[in-house]
Design a protein around this ligand. Structure first.
Ligand SMILES: [Zn+2]
Length: 79
């Protein structure tokens, strides 16, 4: 397991100070729960979940060429 303390904020490139597991979606048919790790830095501590997810998507879009539905296993490639 990665050292979560060294992860970046999910919304920006600051170091995270808080991390939580969030439910991203629940499949209506089979009830499968899709979870993500969400990291927040000091600046984003009070940012609500929707906003965080939007920022996170933008951040990921900048670092990878993402298709809209990628598996959501918050993997970080430290280049
Ligand atoms: Zn941040």
């Amino acid at each position: 397991m990665n050292d979560l303390k060294n992860e970046e904020c999910s919304a920006c490139s600051n170091k995270n100070v808080y991390f939580s597991t969030e439910i991203l979606s629940i499949d209506e048919k089979n009830g499968a729960i899709k979870k993500i790790y969400l990291f927040r830095c000091k600046e984003h501590l009070d940012t609500d979940l929707d906003e965080m997810l939007t920022l996170r998507r933008k951040k990921l879009a900048n670092s990878y060429d993402t298709s809209p539905q990628k598996p959501d296993s918050h993997k970080i490639d430290n280049a």
